[in-house]
Design a protein. Structure first.
Length: 451
């Protein structure tokens, strides 16, 4: 008995330590099994209490009367399978006649309390089949990205969702994005994760940082072009517009549309071109877009109008030419002048960190996902890095990027500096860099930890 007691104490102590220090390991070792048993044992009663059952059909009632049996009970959605993950459980349910996916979504909070889980979300996979994702612990408290992700060309894993899934920034499906956030909200860390994810890919990075380059210029070895003031930014954007027009001329020259050319061989963007002719895609990162839109004199107003016009043209026409915009700022409303709302309408992907007022959240989600506005303004100050992301489909989710220091981002960019493409049209804006500094030299911006 003494050996059994010692073993039991060791198991309990291990579970407590893992739950405190390594919640993902605790979940895989202990939590997943206990949660699966709890869900399966309570399933029918919980579904009935949450209003997710349907009364027996008429033929079942008739058979019960004929056979003189008790009245059949109400039926809950049928469980197709239960699948444990590193952060929770995934239930796939087959809905009964008369139920829809909205019924399950509306009962998510009640299911969370009833099953003793940290979070519950649901989505419809196909007609009559709903996937319910349950998280066993707060995955956003200490962000740990999975060892294996599923990156693809122009698809970067940048954060973790509250349901435990990886959040990807996919430029092929969502070409342009807008990132908002107040000071010290984690916006810079999100941007660093984006640059670090793009650095190993065959892509040209172009940066506009009007804060004298303090955010992007340390990463200069991986950038094909950089601008640190509005005047240089204007010239850079107009050079990108010229590059876009040249790419369209290349696509036109390679189309050669005749009756013998199959649909699949007709080029409509750079991804339809043969690989040896395909121009390198370009990602344009704009930090603090308000600095490009503000003006204090007539000359600055003319410059501002040309900058916004170039940005709007790139947002409207740049996708097929392989030019993608990633615009960051603290606010992005109509008070920045004409053309701003037109530009915002072209930015499909929206990400909002903590904002200072409701109007800022409305700038991000008011026109695409009104439900996300309330979630954005409820982000607490003491949790920098947490953000709400959404797109034009109306869906949204809470995410948090793992903390990446400026030193780490610089190291990644230096490691992949040989992948920096040299675009002739942007040669005048190529940053001048010297020899690599020793790794021991401090090169970090004081930022709050987001993981």
């Amino acid at each position: 008995m003494t050996g059994f007691t010692v073993a039991l104490v060791l198991v309990v102590a291990t579970a407590v330590i893992l739950r405190w220090r390594r919640p993902a390991w605790y979940w895989l070792a202990f939590g997943a099994v206990l949660a699966a048993l709890r869900v399966l044992v309570r399933y029918v009663s919980v579904m009935d209490a949450c209003g997710l059952t349907v009364p027996p059909s008429r033929w079942r009632l008739a058979l019960a009367r004929i056979a003189n049996r008790p009245v059949p009970e109400s039926r809950a959605p049928r469980i197709l399978h239960v699948h444990p993950t590193r952060t929770g459980l995934v239930l796939r349910l087959k809905l009964r006649p008369g139920q829809d996916a909205f019924d399950v979504s509306a009962a998510s909070d009640r299911l969370r309390h009833s099953f003793g889980m940290y979070g519950v979300t649901s989505r419809e996979l196909r007609s009559g089949v709903v996937e319910v994702r349950m998280t066993g612990y707060d995955v956003l408290k200490r962000v740990q990205m999975p060892a294996k992700t599923d990156p693809a060309p122009m698809r970067v894993p940048v954060a973790l969702r509250e349901d435990g899934a990886v959040h990807y920034r996919d430029y092929r499906s969502v070409p342009h994005g807008l990132t908002l956030g107040a000071t010290e909200s984690g916006k810079s860390v999100y941007q660093r994760n984006l640059v670090a994810g793009l650095a190993p890919m065959d892509v040209a990075l172009v940066g506009i940082d009007c804060k004298q380059g303090v955010e992007l210029f340390p990463l200069a070895r991986r950038f094909s072009a950089l601008a640190d003031n509005p005047d240089t930014a204007l010239e850079l954007l107009e050079a990108l517009v010229a590059h876009m027009e040249n790419v369209y001329q290349l696509i036109r020259a390679e189309q050669r549309i005749t009756v013998n050319v199959p649909d699949a061989a007709i080029a409509a963007d750079i991804w339809d071109l043969p690989e040896h002719l395909r121009p390198v895609p370009v990602v344009v990162l704009v930090d603090e877009v308000a600095e490009l839109a503000l003006f204090a004199s007539k000359d600055e107003e003319k410059r501002r109008d040309r900058i916004i016009t170039a940005l709007v043209r790139l947002a409207q026409l740049g996708r097929a030419a392989g030019i993608y915009l990633e615009i960051c700022g603290q606010r992005f409303g109509s008070e920045l002048g004409k053309g701003i709302t037109m530009l915002r309408a072209q930015l499909t992907g929206r990400t909002a960190h903590r904002v200072n007022d409701e109007s800022s959240a409305n700038m991000a989600f008011g026109d695409i996902a009104p439900d996300a506005v309330l979630a954005a303004i409820q982000i607490p100050t003491e949790t920098p890095g947490i953000a709400v992301t959404g797109d034009s489909s109306g869906g949204w989710a809470r995410i948090r990027a793992p903390h990446t220091s400026l030193r780490q981002a610089v190291n990644i960019c230096n490691r992949h500096a040989d992948r920096t493409p040299a675009l002739p049209v942007l040669a005048a804006f190529r940053p001048m860099v010297g020899s690599l500094a020793p790794a021991s030299e401090p090169l970090a911006k004081a930022t709050p930890a987001t993981a």
